[in-house]
Design a binder for this molecule. Structure first.
Ligand SMILES: Cc1cc2nc3c(=O)[nH]c(=O)nc-3n(C[C@H](O)[C@H](O)[C@H](O)COP(=O)(O)OP(=O)(O)OC[C@H]3O[C@@H](n4cnc5c(N)ncnc54)[C@H](O)[C@@H]3O)c2cc1C
Length: 433
């Protein structure tokens, strides 16, 4: 059966797809594959744009392993089966008055898939989701079941391992007391968004902005953390439907479709998109504010660069898009995260700015590739680290140069997967054979 990822950027034909229901079954699948000399690849929701989840061997779909497996109320930790979807987690945590400290844009991913590629949101005092991990169980390439806790040196690798170290079967997260967020969204000029970015990420709990290429329009978002019992407040259901579904998805899809067929119209369309999203303020539970619905399919590349380089890098990208006459319907998204101590986290050892570029999935592939290549050239010059789950062309030589602990990670890979049962072309390119 053919497998295809969400963005349609990767397709593969696994030799078999297995849906284990217990850890022992996962171990048996890995041992069998090792004996047969074939490869195994865990797959979550297929929301990575990179080839991280691709295999011609055995796909291990963990969708039967989901739900809460333990709670320690005093330590505020919860254990979740690896295939649990992020959107299932709020209901599992709410009886315990807990929440995840930070989230990305969407909640369709599995907890194991999201953490394995370093999924992050925004907020200079917060790391990506992997930094919330305090323990995990995984099946190694020899079929052994290993429990790792924070404090063990391996945990700095396993919390973000791109599926190279084993199949995670459950993950323990450190949570925070449930909280609300007040969201303030304002539209303004791109210059203001870029020039003021460093001040605003320092000032707000969670700040990000979207700049619409070919325009001077930027939408800025700032979320402030509040107590959990704050009452939801803000635009009613109809206005939120208009903003979140109609403008951000349904009308936007039509505009992107026109842009894909008539690329010279894109700058004019971008003016419409950039002005359509107006300011608003609302208050809701953390998950409802962090998470958006994304139904327009796109391709994405995202790079992590030192935080202080973001304004210069954004100015270069603006200039490059005009100079190279790229036609881009999708906004450029700019976020931030705290430095962390994970071996191959995109935020390892430095406060980080994230710049993400997107193209509509039906845009001309040659044009999209040229745009991504030009952005990648700019961002790699800033010591850029590509998101493990998004499109990029970097290999192990580049990654060794930007990750001080890269070889430490590879040493753990050699111990956990000596026979390369979890290898695939993406890992061979990015980590080496
Ligand atoms: C619309 C959209 C919005 C997104 N928004 C964000 C965002 O805001 N921030 C961000 O950082 N990223 C974002 N992403 C990227 C996404 O979060 C990551 O690519 C994530 O890895 C996808 O999770 P998944 O469950 O689909 O994993 P998959 O894509 O299926 O797999 C990803 C990797 O995890 C491995 N894996 C999966 N399960 C296991 C397991 N049990 N054990 C070991 N390895 C495993 C796979 O082998 C693969 O290497 C977005 C993607 C999309 C499509």
């Amino acid at each position: 059966m053919t497998w295809r990822n969400w963005g349609g950027t990767e397709v593969c034909a696994p030799a078999a797809t297995m849906r284990p229901t217990t850890v022992d079954e996962v171990a048996a699948i890995v041992r069998q594959a090792a004996d047969d000399g074939t490869t195994v690849k865990a797959v979550g929701s297929g929301h990575s744009f990179s080839g991280a989840a691709v295999t011609s061997g055995v796909h291990v779909d963990l969708s039967a392993l989901r739900g809460l497996t333990g709670v320690d109320a005093d330590a505020r930790t919860v254990s979740l089966a690896a295939g649990t979807r992020l959107h299932e987690i709020p209901d599992l945590l709410s009886p315990h008055d807990l929440a995840m400290a930070n989230l990305g844009d969407i909640d369709r991913q599995t907890i194991a898939g999201a953490t394995s590629t370093g999924t992050h949101g925004t907020g200079l005092a917060f790391g990506g989701i992997s930094t919330q991990i305090v323990g995990a169980t995984l099946v190694t390439g020899t079929g052994d079941v290993v429990r790792v806790s924070s404090g063990d040196v391996e945990s700095d690798a396993i919390a973000l391992g791109v599926g190279a170290l084993g199949i995670l079967t459950d993950i323990t997260l450190r949570c925070v007391p449930a909280f609300g967020l007040r969201a303030v969204e304002t539209s303004g000029s791109a210059d203001d968004a870029i020039d003021g970015f460093l001040d605003r990420v320092a000032m707000h709990d969670h700040h990000e902005f979207y700049w619409f290429p070919h325009t001077d329009c930027a939408l800025q978002k700032a979320n402030t953390r509040l107590d959990a019992d704050v009452a939801p407040h803000g635009p009613g259901r109809i206005r939120r439907y208009v903003d979140d579904e109609l403008l951000s998805n349904k009308v936007f899809r039509v505009l992107c479709e026109v842009g894909a067929r008539v690329p010279w119209a894109v700058p004019g369309i971008a003016q419409v998109s950039g002005r359509a999203l107006s300011g608003r303020t609302f208050t809701d539970s953390s998950t409802r504010v962090f998470v958006s619905s994304r139904t327009v399919r796109f391709h994405e590349m995202e790079y992590a660069i030192p935080l202080e380089s973001v304004p210069d890098a954004m100015r270069e990208i603006r200039g490059m898009i005009d100079r190279r006459r790229h036609r881009v319907s999708f906004p450029v998204e700019v976020r931030a995260a705290a430095a962390d101590g994970l071996m191959i986290s995109t935020a390892a050892g430095r406060d980080t700015g994230y710049i993400a570029v997107h193209r509509y999935h039906r845009d001309d592939p040659t044009d999209s590739a040229a745009y991504f290549r030009d952005v990648e050239e700019i961002l790699t010059a800033y010591d850029g680290r590509p998101h493990w789950g998004k499109m990029h062309t970097r290999d192990a030589d580049h990654l060794r140069a930007v990750y001080p602990r890269f070889d430490e990670f590879l040493a753990i890979r050699n111990r956990f997967d000596p026979g390369r049962v979890f290898a695939n072309p993406y890992l061979t390119r990015t980590l080496g054979a």
